[in-house]
Design a protein. Structure first.
Length: 361
């Protein structure tokens, strides 16, 4: 970084490095501090806000800068009673931090806080004299009568607060959450509780908490809402839904006649369980040795023969697709019974021969 500086010979302000490098002062506060420090004597009567307005520091930026100057001891304010009982705010601006005692000493030295005696100011006439006491009684008090009135008994602050119901707690949370939708709908706790009775009636009429929040926060006016409590009370009253119709009363059904208790000695015996159904044994019509099986649903072949017949039908279709005469091999495979590998191997060998002949051609 290059550094080039020319010291001014006129119209300059000496600033301490402690001010320029102050870690708790923003740039607006430092500029305001240096600007006021270099003011001529005939312009010190203006308030600090006027100087900030001349520098273009307004609104929140000025409040932030002034707050930092006050907290760090560069600005002190004091309210005193001036002429004819009017209050005046005095501002003390320093280029070094001052404590409250140091600021008070500066004010006393400048005689800014010394108030004139009442007899010196206009329009007091005559010399001050001692106050006469005891010559006139108040209008509402008679001699010999004690007008002491005991103070009004304060409310018992230790009285236990009523626990809100779940519905009241829910609508109170809904009312307090409206500040998130719009800032001018911000409610205090006391204001929200004054609207709880109206809002609870909405819940009793079948409206949920989310629907209530949607009704209160939608369709807001374009301008600013002056009174959030009045606006929400008006909306709660005007948009109150209809009360649900009461359900028709039903006539009570007659109680069923009590049946007499069963007598275990004279009660009939329970019916016997139904007999288990067992399929009959049927001789299998398939090839091979004679064997029987239990037939369900009118079946004539046992499961093994059904599977062998299915494989045989598949072998015939496969042989027809390949153009190979395997009727004799398939019949032998079926005659073989439970040896499916015999005709399978022959079918695979025949298919391989057919493929080899097709490749040779």
């Amino acid at each position: 970084m290059l550094w080039h500086a020319i010291a001014p010979v006129r119209r300059y302000t000496k600033a301490s490095h402690d001010v320029v490098r102050h870690p708790r002062l923003c740039s607006d506060a430092k500029i305001l501090l240096l600007y006021v420090q270099g003011l001529p004597a005939d312009e010190t009567h203006l308030a600090l806000s006027e100087h900030g307005r001349m520098l273009g520091i307004k609104g929140r930026a000025f409040q932030r800068a002034k707050e930092q100057l006050v907290v760090n001891g560069f600005v002190h304010e004091r309210r005193v009673s001036g002429a004819r009982g009017l209050w005046t705010t005095l501002q003390l601006f320093a280029n070094v931090p001052l404590s409250d005692e140091d600021a008070l000493a500066v004010w006393r030295e400048a005689a800014a806080c010394v108030e004139a005696a009442p007899g010196v100011q206009f329009p007091t006439v005559g010399q001050p004299r001692a106050r006469s006491v005891g010559h006139q009684l108040p209008v509402d008090e008679e001699l010999g009568k004690n007008s002491f009135r005991p103070p009004t008994q304060a409310a018992d602050s230790e009285a236990p607060l009523e626990e809100p119901s779940p519905e009241e707690a829910q609508v109170e949370r809904v009312l307090l959450s409206l500040r998130e939708c719009r800032r001018d709908l911000r409610l205090g706790v006391a204001e929200a509780r004054s609207l709880v009775a109206l809002a609870v009636e909405w819940l009793r009429r079948g409206v949920s908490g989310a629907e209530l929040r949607q009704v209160l926060s939608s369709g807001l006016p374009t301008g600013r809402v002056r009174s959030a409590v009045g606006f929400l009370r008006h909306r709660l009253v005007q948009k109150m839904p209809e009360a649900p119709e009461p359900a028709p009363e039903r006539e009570p059904e007659p109680a069923p006649a009590a049946s007499p208790a069963p007598d275990p000695e004279h009660s009939p015996p329970p019916p016997p369980p139904p007999p288990a159904v067992v399929a009959p044994l049927v001789t299998c019509e398939g090839p091979g040795n004679e064997h029987v099986f239990r037939a369900y649903g009118g079946a004539t072949l046992c499961p093994d023969c059904q599977q062998a017949a299915a494989w045989a039908r598949w072998a015939e279709r496969r042989a027809a697709d390949l153009g190979v005469d395997l009727a004799e091999d398939a019949a032998k495979a079926v005659e073989a019974g439970r040896d499916p590998d015999g005709w399978r191997s022959r079918l695979a060998a025949a298919a391989a021969v057919a493929v080899a002949e097709g490749v040779g051609e």
